[in-house]
Design a protein around this ligand. Sequence first.
Ligand code: BYC
Length: 314
Amino acid sequence: MYGQETDPDYPTKLAEFEARIARGEKIEPGDWMPERYRKQLVRMISQHAHSEVVGMLPEGAWITRAPNLRRKQVLLAKVQDEAGHGQYLYHAAETLGATREEMLQALLTGQAKYSSIFNYPTVTWSDMGAIGWLVDGAAIMNQTMLAQCSYGPYSRAMVRICAEEGFHKKQGQEMIIQYAQGTPEQKAMAQDSINRFWWPTLMMFGPHDSASTNSDELTRWGIKTKSNDQLRQEFVNELVPLLHALGLEVPDPDLRYDEESGNWISGEINWNEFWQVVKGNGPMNAARLQARQEAHDNGRWVREALAAYAERDV
Ligand code: BYC
């Protein structure tokens, strides 16, 4: 597809492609697509896949420390689901010509991004609740939109992922509800988790629309149908009343309700912190990549065995 725009038929093909999107048709792997559309999707889907895989680490660390068997089973199932999400998403990116090896290499060398949220530590058990309710809750908001996106394999992966994330969100919410209504120590633990995860969760939605470099292209081609700020606002509007109803505080002294718009208006996010984390300087970036590298190295024998099996004489 090199030099696609020099093709004399490019304007016609582009117009047909955009007309298909405007009609709500899905673009499928073998279909003609602008090179920028393919690149944007590979970028976003592979980052999303990496987020699912790296996202297993903060929760996986608590499987052995779950307070009872029920919680352990639920957490195990959740972490296993995230591995599955990574698989669906890597497959979706492969339909666009990206190889698994190059995507994993980009992750392990620190070239590829993954969601900033997973570069924060999980220091108490109720962080499992905060991740489920806030982080998966934020992810669902974004992914429900992506389930409508114009690229068929990505949108279909999202339908299934959202169904599973719904369970993840509910188990986290149930945990925070229980602790908020439990002993003073449990309530303080839940509040502390909310305090630490609130702002990083708001950062998950990405920079303000005015600073979002990819949004114009993604919106033009039906990949994003809501903006970063719009989704973030929907999340804040949903969560604030629920947290208040539990007697929990939102750690934002500037938070206020705007009667006219019906929105809860947040104070300003610490964008310096956000960009530091995105650039690899967050509290857990180095530890996350090291853990992924170790897992990759430990899995080498499995990849070699699979490759040998695929090449065997039949
Ligand atoms: N973290 O132009 P913008 C989960 C980057 S996992 C890091 O607005 P875009 C779960 C962005 O990549 C769910 N980087 O970007 C798993 C761009 O840099 P590049 C994860 C971020 O793409 C396990 C630059 O900033 N969900 O649910 O229009 C356990 C400018 O941003 C972030 C997804 O991955 C960030 N938060 O919008 C529990 C959803 N935000 O790439 C739970 C798919 C921005 O140009 N992704 N950047 O170098 C998306 O929807 C979009 O990519 C984003 C950003 C909304 C994240």
